[in-house]
Ligand binder design. Structure first.
Ligand SMILES: [Zn+2]
Length: 96
């Protein structure tokens, strides 16, 4: 069910730049539905766990509902304070 993808390096750099600008922080991976897309080589374990939490959130709520709610959270609170990001960072043991 869960899939992981590594984009070719020529695609990773511009995508990473654009997403990092949008998020206001360094984006090294993102999740679409049940697919995790890594933008770095050899992703660290906390990053893998973080993205797996987003897959779990999508499974819990349904992909479309999660996507809509994630977008709403981001617009309302910003990327960092989005409750799905807070949950993912907490489970991944990432610094608050
Ligand atoms: Zn996240």
């Amino acid at each position: 069910m869960m899939r992981m993808a590594l984009l070719p390096s020529w695609m990773r750099r511009p995508l990473r730049w654009t997403l990092s600008k949008l998020a206001g922080s360094n984006v090294e991976a993102f999740t679409v539905g049940y697919t995790i897309v890594f933008l770095v080589d050899d992703p660290p374990m906390d990053l893998v766990v973080h993205e797996m939490i987003h897959v779990e959130q999508a499974k819990r709520m349904g992909r479309l509902r999660f996507w809509a709610s994630y977008l709403w959270e981001t617009l309302r609170r910003g990327y960092r304070n989005n409750k799905y990001e807070v949950e993912a960072r907490r489970h991944a043991g990432q610094e608050e």
